[in-house]
Design a protein around this ligand. Structure first.
Ligand SMILES: [Zn+2]
Length: 157
């Protein structure tokens, strides 16, 4: 891990986002894991935020350019941040997720957002508020859009 990562108070980890099969099977979609370039589960920085966590996955500029999407954070879900023990291809892994406050049993994280991020390199974070947070994430909120003469297709949000 780069030393820089430790200066980000709401940083959880970096890697390709993957959805544990048990989460899609049960429709809970409660947690995700991160994989490194070898497909091995990446280490997660575990912490306990105060109150409701805003769980986000951020696509950085180089990745966004490569796959043709808008750079910036995606909102995965809101709730109590937790970390689960799981396995990935026989490797022990940690999964991170949020448990919503409304007690629902399925769709803890937004399944459609997850589907769009499957196998995409992201920065995983859990913030105290959204949009905007005291940690001042390095990416603007997705709502903020620059006015331009022509927008490429498919950039609607
Ligand atoms: Zn934050």
């Amino acid at each position: 891990m780069d030393a820089m990562d430790d200066t980000r108070p709401h940083w959880i980890g970096k890697g390709r986002l993957a959805i544990p099969p048990a989460e899609s099977d049960s429709q809970r979609y409660g947690t995700v894991v991160l994989l490194d370039e070898h497909g091995t589960p990446a280490r997660l920085r575990e912490f306990t935020p105060i109150g409701t966590a805003v769980f986000t996955a951020t696509i950085t500029n180089p990745v966004a350019r490569e796959i043709g999407v808008e750079a910036g954070p995606r909102l995965l879900g809101l709730g109590a941040l937790f970390f689960d023990r799981t396995t990935w291809n026989g490797h022990p892994a940690r999964a991170a997720g949020v448990r919503p406050r409304d007690g629902r049993l399925t769709g803890w994280l937004d399944p459609r957002t997850l589907a769009g991020l499957d196998d995409v390199p992201v920065l995983l974070e859990a913030h105290e508020s959204w949009p905007g947070c005291r940690c001042r994430p390095s990416y603007p909120t997705p709502r903020r859009k620059k006015r331009g003469p022509r927008k490429p297709r498919g950039s609607s949000r």
